[in-house]
Write a protein of this length. Structure first.
Length: 199
């Protein structure tokens, strides 16, 4: 189980950790919970259970319309929360779950076993290299900012370490056979971040 103290950290952790489900408290200190839910829905079908002090029908409808699978009103018992969470996980088990493997041409990334192959040959990545590559690949086609990568992989204290990130990106490119001058997989958006291409 992973806990996040802010909206931004929560989105980053959901992207990086590939959890079985998300419990989202709408009363976040730095953003509206519905906005966070919509952000997660932009790239994932993860089951989301929403917690809120709002018991009105409009509040529930807004969360469910934004993509939540369930809605629990505070205060609630731990037993109720766990029962609802078990229900979400059962529902997910009976439906097709998103693949934990991303294949792009000769490159294959398997999140379940944290492995990478190129043309069937195993590529040895460090833990952080794999985390960066998976974060980019799981957001394929979208711009992933340097700030988002640094927060997700190194934490809040390293959001200014963009040079450190560039070193890791260079190492990843070398290992997967990607050329920065003529990239096949990882494209640089100068001064902003990176984009993973699937074609």
């Amino acid at each position: 189980m992973t806990e996040a103290a802010s909206a931004r950290e929560g989105i980053d952790r959901a992207a990086l950790d590939n959890p079985s489900a998300v419990i989202l408290d709408l009363g976040l200190p730095d953003a509206d919970g519905i906005t966070v839910l919509q952000a997660i829905r932009g790239w994932s079908a993860l089951p989301v259970l929403v917690l809120s002090v709002r018991s009105d029908e409009a509040g529930k409808a807004a969360a469910l319309d934004a993509g939540a699978q369930d809605y629990v009103v505070k205060p609630f018992s731990v037993q109720e929360l766990l029962a609802r969470l078990r229900g979400l996980l059962r529902d997910r088990a009976t439906t097709a779950s998103p693949s934990a493997v991303i294949d792009v041409g000769p490159l294959s990334i398997d999140a379940a076993v944290r492995s990478v192959t190129v043309s069937g040959n195993a590529v040895k990545l460090t833990r952080k290299e794999f985390d960066i590559l998976w974060l980019l690949a799981s957001h394929a086609g979208r711009l992933v900012t340097q700030d988002m990568i640094l927060r997700a992989v190194w934490g809040e204290a390293h959001t200014e370490d963009s040079q450190y990130l560039r070193v890791y990106i260079r190492q990843i490119r070398t290992k997967i056979g990607d050329d920065a001058a003529n990239p096949k997989f990882i494209f640089t958006e100068p001064g902003v971040g990176y984009r993973f291409c699937t074609h």
